[in-house]
Write a protein that binds this ligand. Structure first.
Ligand SMILES: Cc1cc2nc3c(=O)[nH]c(=O)nc-3n(C[C@H](O)[C@H](O)[C@H](O)COP(=O)(O)OP(=O)(O)OC[C@H]3O[C@@H](n4cnc5c(N)ncnc54)[C@H](O)[C@@H]3O)c2cc1C
Length: 311
């Protein structure tokens, strides 16, 4: 735990700066111990100031989007967690260009553009993350992904906000360079869409939502736990290894989808980690295939395990 709250952060954010905030409240897994300090950034300036002040105070910091791709350790996180709640969204109906703050929810992006008869972002509806998290993860579904629609994004790198063209992010399947360059923060992004018919776009959204309802569990989780290995489905491999329905504590490999681990009560981060390790081990033993986590392990478990997961 931090011995002292840095004065500059306390002076700037006042009572909005929270101490020992339980992160389970801010992750889709509903798992995670406290962060020493926590701030909800509601504007681009909040986000910039929080990062700059944490950097100059020399404390660790982390930007959290919707917390939908993370497993946070029950022992919590040292330093400052900056929850990105920046909501600004501007859609130009004529050009089809969309300017989104990095805290905008992906489903909002999909629905708002579809309603205006703009197509190309309908696939966003099933992804419960933020635009910033989407750029980091190159989130995607139903044949679309961030890299297909991204024109550019504003980032904070080296302390200065700047615009990066899409190709700078080196996106590939669920990957971007930001996953290894943690000090870079996405502030906002610009997307292209195409002119289409609102009714048809909204119809596609209904189909995507129905597909998810039919194939994915609704208990708290973090979506796909593993990346699909080339030419394979991680869920099918876990299913063939006979692991669907396996439980550790209150963590369960979903009987509905092998690549989903869900929290069916009060699962701990180590319950989930035990299932992650079990699935990796079983799939490696039976098929000789190494599964790489898509979900990010944060806190002490991340330091211990993520490196292995990425070998
Ligand atoms: C039910 C469910 C279904 C899902 N389905 C899909 C799917 O179909 N396809 C898919 O791709 N994913 C899916 N996911 C996973 C997840 O929603 C995506 O990976 C999403 O992009 C994560 O966004 P987030 O805002 O929640 O990121 P977080 O989980 O908050 O953060 C993920 C990482 O990005 C970093 N980060 C977040 N915001 C920023 C920022 N502004 N600047 C710099 N770094 C940042 C964080 O520090 C962290 O390292 C699903 C998750 C759930 C729970």
């Amino acid at each position: 735990m931090l011995t002292k709250v840095p004065d500059a952060l306390r002076d700037h954010f006042g009572h909005r700066l929270r101490v020992e905030e339980p992160l389970a409240m801010h992750t889709s897994f509903r798992i995670g111990g406290p962060s020493d300090l926590f701030i909800s950034a509601r504007t681009r300036e909040d986000l910039l100031n929080a990062v700059v002040l944490a950097r100059s105070a020399g404390i660790p910091w982390l930007v959290l989007g919707r917390g939908s791709n993370v497993l946070v350790d029950d022992r919590g996180i040292r330093g400052l967690v900056i929850r990105n709640d920046t909501p600004q969204l501007t859609i130009d109906a004529e050009t089809g260009r969309v300017q989104a703050a990095s805290g905008v929810r992906m489903p909002t992006l999909g629905v708002q553009t579809a309603r205006m008869g703009l197509t190309g972002l309908e696939w966003c509806v099933g992804i419960p993350g933020s635009v910033g998290g989407g750029v980091v993860m190159n989130a995607g579904a139903h044949g679309g992904c961030i890299a297909d629609a991204l024109i550019s994004a504003e980032v904070l790198a080296d302390g200065t906000p700047m615009i990066w063209p899409a190709e700078t992010f080196q996106h590939s399947y669920r990957m971007s360079r930001l996953q290894s360059e943690r000090e870079i923060v996405v502030l906002g992004a610009e997307f292209r869409t195409q002119h289409g018919i609102a009714g048809e776009a909204l119809g596609r959204i209904r189909t995507f939502r129905q597909h998810r309802q039919d194939t994915q569990p609704t208990d708290p989780g973090a979506g796909s736990i593993f990346r699909n290995p080339p030419g394979e489905s991680a869920g099918a491999l876990i299913d063939q290894a006979g692991l669907k329905g396996t439980r550790r504590g209150d963590a369960l490999i979903s009987p509905k989808h092998g690549n989903f681990i869900v929290n069916v009560g009060h699962a701990s981060s180590s319950d989930v980690l035990a299932l992650i390790e079990l699935a990796r081990e079983a799939v490696f033993q039976q098929f000789g295939i190494i599964l790489h986590p898509e979900v990010e392990l944060i806190g002490p478990i991340g330091r211990r395990k993520l490196a292995e997961g990425n070998e």
